[in-house]
Design a binder for this molecule. Structure first.
Ligand code: SF4
Ligand code: SF4
Length: 447
C-alpha cells in the first residue's frame, strides 16, 4: 500500500500522515483534548451521530456542539482568556440553553447514551435565582391559579381575534416581542378548552379507568368552532367501548410536573409530582384501576418520576398502572369497537416521547392502520421543537425543526392528521397548514 501511494503521490501531497503514517508515535501525538466538564456529557466522543435528531440543528447548536462549547468554555477559562470566555458564555444562553427542546431525542442516536437535554436542564436549574425558584414553587402549590390564568388568557386572545380580526393576536404578540423578546407568540391554533367533563358511569360496563387529562388538554381546546376537544373525545370513545371513566376531583390542581422539570425548577417539580401520585393513589383505590393520560410527553414524565418521589409515594407508584391514551386505545378500546368506516389516507406525527417509550410507536401505527386504509409516517418526522411552551417563546426553533416534515407532508393529500400531544399538534398544524388532532379523534371518527 505504501509503495502504491508513493508511486502515485511521490511528494506526499494527498492526505499526508493519514491512514498510513511513517511516524511510529503518530497514535499518541496531537491528541484532541476531551476535558471533563459535566458528568452528563463527559463520555462524549464527538462522533456527531446525534446531530440529525436535534430540532435546533439548523438554527443554533446540535447536541455535539452544545458539548463542544462547554469544553471550549473550560479551556478558555483555564487559559485565562476572560473576554472570550464571557462572550461565548453569553452566546451559549440562547444558542445552547434557550433553543434546546430538552426532548432527549439525541440520546436515542448516541452510542454512549448521552442525553444532552439532561445537561441543559441542570444548567437551566443552576441559572435560576432563589426568587425564581420560590415563585415556581409558589405556583406549583397553587397550580389552579396557573390553570385559571391560562384559560383566561386563551379566552381573551380568542375574543380579541373575533373582535379585531383573525390575525390580531398574532400581530399584537409579534409586536410585543420586539420589546419583550420572551413574550409568547400567539398561534391561531390556540383556543380555550371545553369544561372538564363529568365522570362516565354505567352499571352495565364491566371495566373502569381513571382518566387524568393533562393540564394542556384542560386548558387548550380545538380552534375550529364546534370541534370536540380531546377530553370529550376520550369520554365518547370510552362510552363506545363500554368503559367507565373516573376523572379525579379537583384535577385542576394537578399536573405531571413536566412544566417545571423541563425548566429546571426542581423543588416545584418534586412538589407537583408527589402531590399527583398521592392523588392518583387515592382515586385508583390503591392502584386497583389503571390511570390513562392523554398527552404522551406527560405520560413519559409521570412514568419516569420514581426517583424524585418520597418513600411513601415510591411504594404507591410501584403499584400504580399509568398508561398513555395510545396503549389505552390499543389494549382496552380497539378490541371493543366496531368500525363504522375507514379513512382513506392518514398521516401521523410520532412525538419524541412516543419514540422513547418502548412499544408505543408500534401501537400508534397499529391503531392508525386499524382505522385507515393507508397510513403515512413521514421519513422526516422528528422533534417539532415545541417542547410544551418553547415553540411559543422561540417560534424560530419550531419553524426550523418542522420544515422538512412539513415539506414532505404537504406534497400529498390526507383525510386525517394525527398525533398524541396537543402542543406538538399545534406546531405541526401551523407548519403544514392542516389541523392535527389527537389519535383519539381518529378512533372517534371511525367508530
Ligand atoms: S435534548 Fe433535543 S434539542 Fe436538546 S440537544 Fe438533545 S435533541 Fe437537541
Ligand atoms: S452521539 Fe453521543 S458521543 Fe456522539 S457526539 Fe453526540 S453526544 Fe457525543
Amino acid at each position: 500500500m505504501k509503495t502504491v501511494k508513493e508511486t502515485i503521490d511521490p511528494n506526499n501531497l494527498v492526505n499526508p500522515g493519514v491512514i498510513i503514517n511513517a511516524d511510529k508515535q503518530a497514535h499518541i501525538k496531537n491528541l484532541k483534548e476531551l476535558p471533563q466538564v459535566e458528568e452528563e456529557v463527559d463520555r462524549c466522543i464527538e462522533c456527531g451521530f446525534c446531530e440529525h435528531k436535534c430540532p435546533s440543528r439548523d438554527i443554533t447548536l446540535t447536541p455535539r456542539k452544545r458539548i463542544v462549547v462547554r469544553r471550549e468554555l473550560l479551556r478558555l477559562k483555564n487559559k485565562g482568556y476572560h473576554p472570550q470566555y464571557k462572550e461565548l458564555l453569553d452566546q451559549y444562553q440562547y444558542q445552547g440553553l434557550d433553543t434546546c427542546a430538552v426532548d432527549g431525542l439525541c440520546a436515542t442516536a448516541c452510542p454512549v447514551d448521552i442525553n444532552t437535554g439532561d445537561l441543559v436542564k441542570r444548567l437551566r436549574r443552576e441559572n435560576h435565582s432563589n426568587f425564581e425558584i420560590d415563585v415556581a414553587l409558589f405556583t406549583a402549590r397553587r397550580f389552579v391559579l396557573i390553570y385559571k390564568l391560562v384559560c383566561w388568557a386563551l379566552k381573551t386572545g380568542v375574543l380579541v381575534n373575533r373582535l379585531l380580526g383573525a390575525q390580531s393576536m398574532f400581530k399584537l404578540t409579534k409586536a410585543l416581542r420586539k420589546f419583550i423578546p420572551s413574550f409568547p407568540l400567539w398561534s391561531n391554533q390556540l383556543a380555550a378548552a371545553e369544561p372538564i367533563p363529568g365522570n362516565l358511569y354505567n352499571s352495565t360496563y364491566t371495566r373502569s379507568v381513571v382518566y387524568f387529562p393533562a393540564c394542556i388538554s384542560r386548558v387548550m381546546g380545538e380552534p375550529q368552532p364546534g370541534q370536540k376537544g380531546v377530553m370529550q373525545t376520550f369520554m365518547d370513545v370510552s362510552a363506545k367501548a363500554r368503559i367507565n371513566v373516573i376523572i379525579p376531583q379537583d384535577i385542576q390542581k394537578n399536573c405531571c410536573g413536566q412544566i417545571y422539570s423541563s425548566k429546571g425548577f426542581k423543588d416545584a417539580y418534586h412538589f407537583t409530582t408527589n402531590a399527583t401520585i398521592a392523588k392518583l393513589w387515592e382515586v385508583t383505590a390503591g392502584g386497583k384501576l389503571p390511570v390513562v393520560l392523554d398527552v404522551t410527553s406527560c405520560t413519559q414524565t409521570l412514568t419516569h418520576c420514581r426517583s424524585i418521589l418520597t418513600e411513601e409515594n415510591k411504594a404507591r407508584f410501584d403499584q400504580l398502572s399509568i398508561i398513555d391514551s395510545i396503549t389505552y386505545i390499543h389494549d382496552y378500546v380497539m378490541p371493543k369497537l366496531r368500525i363504522r368506516h375507514k379513512k382513506t389516507n392518514v398521516v401521523l406525527h410520532p412525538v419524541c416521547s412516543l419514540q422513547k417509550m418502548p412499544g408505543l410507536e408500534t401501537q400508534f401505527t397499529k391503531i392508525a392502520r386499524h382505522f385507515a386504509e393507508k397510513v403515512d409516517v413521514p421519513v422526516f418526522a422528528g422533534c417539532c421543537g415545541m417542547a410544551g411552551d418553547r415553540g411559543f417563546l422561540h417560534p424560530e426553533l419550531t419553524h426550523s425543526a418542522t420544515w422538512p416534515e412539513a415539506k414532505e407532508v404537504t406534497a400529498d393529500n390526507f383525510d386525517g392528521y394525527y398525533s398524541s400531544s396537543k402542543t406538538c399538534e399545534i406546531a405541526l398544524s401551523d407548519a403544514v397548514g392542516k389541523n392535527y388532532h389527537s389519535i383519539l379523534m381518529l378512533v372517534d371518527e371511525c367508530s
